[in-house]
Ligand binder design. Structure first.
Ligand SMILES: Nc1ncnc2c1ncn2[C@@H]1O[C@H](COP(=O)(O)OP(=O)(O)OP(=O)(O)O)[C@@H](O)[C@H]1O
Ligand SMILES: [Mg+2]
Length: 244
């Protein structure tokens, strides 16, 4: 069997050669404590789960362990506006491919504004289509990044890339992701989007109070609840908004 270059990041697990405090954040989060070994799909790996289940904590730790700044951007963007980076990155063991990706980006919705400000300050906008990311809308700046900045042969880490995107742009993002996957790229994406999650060349890890486990698309709450609501919204609204 020929050696495959992807996934560039193959596995992540907690280091077993160090002693950790399992009572303190971030190991106090069940999903982090029970992280086990995450094996990444060569194309796309999704993290899903309730708000607060630990997706961003794990995504950030993976990104920082790979050499990204905690607020996102390319690896040359190294700044932080708040000292809230967890120590998890130092507790992880990463197993990587023999081949390094030639491109990489950490797209983080929560701090994308700060990356845009940084880009203005250092006057580096060429790769983003030439316009200040502050002079286009939030969703437009996200799409400019996905469409212009990512070159392929890349490892891309994203935290809620859908947050600024209309449904139409989420579909456009799916097709941009697919094009990059065909160009030898790997994605790791935390998301709440039932549209993005439908991408078929993917593995979905669900974060919950008992740990992290693999789940099929149609078994995710995102799929089931969205589908149920849209199919029966009058009845569901009636139940939800009923006077008690
Ligand atoms: N620096 C910190 N110190 C203590 N607790 C923290 C810290 N950062 C995050 N937490 C807590 O850890 C939990 C997980 O946060 P995280 O941001 O990883 O969740 P998430 O799964 O990404 O949620 P969401 O879907 O809302 O983005 C939250 O309850 C949060 O309050
Ligand atoms: Mg999050």
């Amino acid at each position: 069997m020929a050696l495959e270059p992807k996934p560039y990041l193959q596995q992540v697990s907690l280091r077993d050669d160090l002693e950790f405090d399992f009572e303190a954040f971030p190991l106090s989060l069940p999903a982090v404590r029970e992280l086990g070994t995450l094996e990444f799909h060569p194309d796309v790996t999704f993290f899903v789960g309730e708000n607060g289940s630990g997706k961003s904590t794990v995504v950030e730790a993976i990104a920082v362990a790979l050499g990204f700044g905690p607020e996102g951007g390319t690896k040359s963007v190294q700044f932080r506006t708040a000292d809230t980076v967890s120590s998890l990155h130092a507790m992880l063991r990463l197993i990587k491919s023999f081949r390094k990706p030639s491109d990489s980006y950490f797209l983080r919705a929560e701090s994308f504004y700060n990356v845009a400000t940084y880009m203005d300050e250092v006057d580096y906008l060429k790769g983003y289509g030439g316009r200040s990311l502050h002079k286009v809308s939030h969703g437009e700046s996200f799409m400019a990044t996905i469409s212009n900045k990512l070159r392929g042969n890349g490892l891309y880490i994203m935290d809620e890339p859908e947050s600024a995107l209309s449904p139409t742009r989420q579909l456009a993002a799916l097709s941009a992701i697919h094009k990059l996957v065909q160009d030898e790229s790997q994605f790791i994406i935390a998301t709440h989007s039932p549209i993005l999650l439908a991408y078929p060349r993917a593995k979905i890890y669900q974060f919950d109070s008992s740990g992290i486990y693999e789940i099929d698309y149609e078994d995710t709450e995102h799929y089931a609840i969205t589908r149920d609501f849209l199919n029966h919204y009058s009845k569901r609204l009636g139940d939800l908004l009923e006077d008690h």
